[in-house]
Design a binder for this molecule. Structure first.
Ligand code: ARG
Length: 461
């Protein structure tokens, strides 16, 4: 079987070249997109008079047959099918004579860029759906935590008690930004490169705008050289996925800590945890660990691909074939990770008594005591010193913190009430802060933004 470029060569390709060069193994994933691009191209060729209507129809029928063969698993690839574009064109030529005209005014360079943009556009939609689903779980779990609270941490040292909903929603907002980034990336990639040819357009009267419209792209390329060499959309999507992966990793890391005996804040559902082959007592948070581990792989795809791009002169270079495996794998990895993590978050049980017991250290309210003094006219720096001194004395064993606060002339029994469980978290009523009321208001804002993002997704493209 022949290559697409055999005319220029007197001998066939070496096996080693084929093994390195062929991309069919992974780019057949863009089969449907390749067919869609070809359909738009032949419709345009007919409109501008380069194909007769019957030639166009013959090719469209052949393309439809190729697609159904592929979907049914009956598409017979042959050894010379270097990539998906070659395979489809070869099959169309087998099925109809007009097939020889399919590649008129087109190059695999504008073709592959078109296919991958179409594929990535669809994939971003799927990822967004999954992230919205994960946000929904965080929202539901936040709504049902009542007024559970736990220690809030800085430096992984207990800082101030916070509501559990407050904590869970913090992850939710990060995911909301991920959705925004993915939407932005999708908006920017919505450009059709079809009609750019190999690099410089065509002497034939092509109509790239028509192809763009048929394919549902928002815009057409402005510069043919840029159109065939631009892979910003791959890099940008990889970045959005890598940062999403980092957010999933952080959720994972916390779940790992929380599921440990030392923290004991959550019990994992059996369906979403694993056992140990040697240690019968173990119940391991593998999903959370994989969420953490997979982030490395996602970051690798981004940095690897940026390195691929950085030295490339205009325009198309075969290096660009390295765009597909990272983006395919990044999308698969994120989808797999989110669906498992979502199940894990949905089913785990919070041990809110344990959380409260750990959060109820009287020292957790130290800042509230200082702020109480500020309300009574003391400068914050002095208030900080007064409370700091009491903490130091309590830690040194002079007396309990509560007793020292009660006995202090500037503080006393009224201030000591701040050290009661639950009191501290509830005093921070500022916007986005920790009180029950502030968290309720935040929950409403989060739900509103989630509805907004979900509705935006439904708008016709
Ligand atoms: N398989 C190639 C890729 O993925 C298609 C473009 C090939 N273009 C070429 N001039 N050889 O990039």
């Amino acid at each position: 079987m022949a290559t697409l470029w055999q005319g220029r060569f007197s001998a066939g390709p070496a096996e080693a070249l084929q093994a390195l060069n062929d991309s069919l193994r992974f780019d057949q994933r863009m089969f449907a997109e390749d067919i869609a691009g070809s359909r738009a191209h032949v419709q345009m060729l007919c409109e501008v008079g380069l194909l007769t209507e019957s030639e166009r129809d013959d090719i469209l029928v052949a393309l439809a047959q190729a697609l159904s063969e592929f979907r049914d698993g009956n598409f017979a690839f042959v050894a010379s099918d270097e990539d998906i574009h070659t395979a489809v064109e070869r099959r169309v030529c087998e099925l109809c004579e007009a097939g020889a005209k399919l590649h008129t005014g087109r190059s695999r360079n504008d073709q592959v860029a078109t296919d991958l943009r179409l594929w990535t556009k669809g994939a971003i939609g799927e990822v967004i759906n999954q992230v919205l689903g994960l946000q929904m779980v965080l929202l539901r779990r936040s709504e049902t935590t009542e007024d559970a609270y736990l220690p809030g941490y800085t430096h992984l040292q207990q800082a101030q008690p916070v509501m559990l909903a407050h904590h869970l929603l913090a992850h939710g907002w990060a995911l909301a930004r991920d959705v925004g980034r993915l939407q932005d990336a999708r908006e920017r990639l919505d450009v059709s490169p079809l009609g750019a040819g190999a690099l410089a357009g065509s002497s034939l009267p092509l109509d790239p705008q028509m192809c763009a419209e048929t394919l549902g792209f928002a815009r057409v390329f402005d510069n043919s050289l840029d159109a065939v060499s631009d892979r910003d959309f791959v890099a940008e999507t990889l970045f959005a996925l890598a940062l999403l992966g980092v957010h999933l990793s952080r959720i994972g890391e916390e779940l790992i800590l929380w599921a440990s005996t030392e923290f004991g804040f959550v019990t994992l559902d059996e369906a979403f945890s694993t056992g140990s082959s040697m240690l019968p007592q173990k119940k391991n948070p593998d999903i959370a660990e994989l969420a953490r581990g997979k982030a490395g792989r996602l970051i690798g795809h981004l940095s690897g691909f940026l390195a691929t791009l950085k030295g490339l002169p205009l325009t198309y270079n075969k290096d660009l074939q390295e765009d597909k495996e990272p983006i395919f794998d990044a999308v698969d990895t994120v989808l797999l990770t989110i669906s498992a993590l979502r199940g894990m978050l949905d089913t785990l049980v919070f041990d809110t008594e344990r959380m409260a017991a750990v959060a109820d250290s009287p020292y957790a309210a130290a800042t509230d005591l200082a702020e109480w003094l500020v309300e009574r006219g003391l400068a914050f720096r002095q208030a900080h010193e007064v409370v700091g001194d009491l903490v130091r004395r309590a830690v040194a064993g002079e007396s309990t913190f509560v007793e020292l606060v009660t006995a202090h002339n500037k503080l006393g029994p009224e201030a000591a009430k701040l050290l009661d469980p639950k009191t501290s978290a509830n005093r921070r009523n500022t916007h986005g802060g920790g009180s029950t009321k502030a968290v309720k208001r935040q929950l409403q804002r989060f739900e509103a933004q989630l509805n907004h993002q979900t509705d935006a997704k439904r708008e016709p493209e």
